[in-house]
Design a protein. Sequence first.
Length: 111
Amino acid sequence: MKKDIHPKYYDKATITCSCGAVFHTGSTREKMQVEICSQCHPFYTGKKKMVDSRGRVDRFKKLIEKSAQKKITEKPARIATRSVAGGAAAKKESRKKPAVKKKEEKKKKKK
């Protein structure tokens, strides 16, 4: 191995959780802080726990409310434009009608 390229290894590194649990292990860092561990994680404990870091859930709920309000205000405008335009079915019919008229006119001319 090359000298002076590897980080210092700590045999007794401490990992501290926000719940107060402390673990000792080997690592290249002497001390570490974690938000959740096996002693407080809902999967391991079976308890439901709301973990909200910096209000992310609240921001998500606000975004959902804003998008719902936009949909409510935009829907009447969309419906009005669709009814005026007549939709795709009306466009197809308008395309077919002139072609049908032309065929009828050709038949009348031949007779």
